[in-house]
Design a binder for this molecule. Structure first.
Ligand code: 5CA
Length: 441
């Protein structure tokens, strides 16, 4: 992408309404714009990041055996009356009336609708287990939408729902999601710690929140620092091997990690040596629940059993705050100059900076580099504008692309360009060919 063509409306000043650094940087880097309180438009760079996050979530869900569907954002109130949640949800639910006077709502979550789909489609225990998920916008009329996309009113969620014949089956599904979540967040360059949590309006009796540690997080958390050293991706996982999946879950659930509503100071101090105690704040990026037959009973989602009987299925639900992720990642990965994107979610891999656009040698070298990078399918943002170098450096640091390839007249005379790593700030002077070889490797 040529910067001169790219819609990247960056801001010089930090908007006064943005309280946390991720919100400030997302606005300054032109990723999102507020449409109304807690509701955002995603601009090209923000949307690219969102799609990359969504794709990692999708791949890990599929890998764990879940299948993707797409349910609508607008739901009928009837199902919610059957489950009993229509009244419970109160003002957080956006209620709508259609032209026929029918009560509708903008879905805050999808337990009811997926249970209805299951009820009308599956009859026998032989068709179980199943995991169905979608990645869809939700609406919750939060009392206090804040911190930009971190706590929005409209937000994108991945929500997965599992159906099993009994508790053991449901626990196996829960375990798979537990491990899939560890992998998903690790692939995004994040350490998300599973913590015992309350289940709130979703209900049920087993629940973990996945928390990214950050001072600006809304959750107060207590955990063992040992979590921070565990290499989830390095340890691979075969989801068919239930014992191995259980081992990973056991490793994480034996160490102390709880949100404040589940915290017990005496247990914390008894279980965790002082040097390993972490008490701080964190961002909830995912939440998983086992709630048994809470929805299948009232909505009549039953299957025939092996002995000819009938039973309500055991269910769980598993959410990831997809549109919260870019903010959570920025909270965990930035410096005073701007964002530092982990490679896997970066909007572009390389920022190619032409220090003197209009100079024949610089233009030729940059065009050559740009063509080669594009040819090798390396996502590149080529800053071809006639702007001062300082403006280009500041913007490229702000938008946080992992690599900067800096081409200027002085270097070219000596046969070199600069290759800068955004995360470490390290710069190397190398030939253009060797820089390209590194970036396309
Ligand atoms: N149905 C269940 C799981 S599928 C559910 O709705 N769970 S939840 O309420 O915990 O939400 C799942 C995830 O969505 C949360 O962990 C959080 O990361 C994200 N989320 C929740 N509310 C918001 C919000 N207002 N803005 C942005 N993300 C949110």
């Amino acid at each position: 992408m040529r910067r001169s063509h790219y819609f990247l409306p960056t801001l010089k000043e930090t908007p006064a309404e943005a309280e946390v650094v991720s919100h400030q940087l997302m606005l300054r880097a032109g990723m999102v714009r507020q449409a109304s309180a807690g509701i955002y438009s995603w601009l090209p760079m923000g949307y690219t990041v969102l799609k990359k996050i969504e794709q990692i979530v999708r791949e890990e869900q599929n890998e764990a055996g879940a299948q993707e569907v797409l349910m609508p954002t607008i739901q009928s109130a009837d199902l919610w009356k059957q489950s009993g949640r229509y009244d419970d949800y109160g003002k957080e639910m956006l209620r709508i009336e259609d032209r026929h006077g029918r009560e509708m709502l903008y879905g805050p979550t999808n337990e009811e609708l997926i249970t209805e789909i299951f009820r009308t489609s599956v009859r026998s225990y032989r068709d179980l287990p199943r995991m169905l998920y979608h990645i869809q916008w939700k609406f919750r009329d939060e009392v206090r939408p804040r911190f930009g996309v971190m706590r929005g009113r409209e937000f994108l969620m991945k929500d997965n729902y599992s159906f099993d014949v009994d508790f053991d089956g449901a626990k196996a599904a829960y375990n798979k999601m537990f491990v899939a979540y560890l992998r998903t967040f690790a692939r995004m360059g994040m350490k998300a710690i599973p913590m015992e949590a309350e289940s709130g309006p979703i209900g049920g009796d087993m629940s973990h929140e996945f928390i990214v540690l950050a001072d600006t997080g809304e959750s107060e958390v207590f955990c063992d620092r040992e979590f921070l050293d565990y290499d989830v991706l390095g340890s691979g996982v075969d989801y068919e091997d239930a014992g191995r999946v259980q081992d990973v879950v056991d490793h994480f659930t034996t160490l102390y990690a709880r949100t404040d509503d589940k915290h017990d100071a005496a247990e914390f101090e008894g279980q965790v040596p002082e040097a390993r105690r972490y008490h701080g704040r964190g961002i909830e990026v995912g939440h998983i629940f086992y709630f048994g037959t809470k929805y299948s009973e009232p909505l009549g989602a039953k299957v025939t059993t092996q002995d000819g009987g009938e039973m309500a299925v055991h269910m769980g639900s598993y959410g990831i705050g997809v549109s919260r992720m870019p903010a959570a990642i920025i909270e965990a990965s930035h410096d005073e100059k701007g964002i530092i994107w982990p490679e896997a979610v970066a909007p572009f891999h390389v920022g190619l900076i032409n220090l003197r656009a209009g100079d024949a040698d610089c233009d030729a070298a940059c065009e050559d580099a740009y063509a080669k990078l594009c040819g090798a399918r390396v996502d590149t943002l080529y800053d071809d504008r006639e702007e001062r170098p300082g403006v280009k450096f500041a913007e490229t640091d702000l938008i946080g692309l992992p690599w900067q390839l800096i081409v200027g007249p002085r270097g070219l005379k000596a046969g070199t360009v600069e290759l800068k790593c955004r995360a470490t700030g390290e710069t190397e002077e190398v030939s253009l060919d060797s820089a390209l070889a590194r970036l396309t490797a």
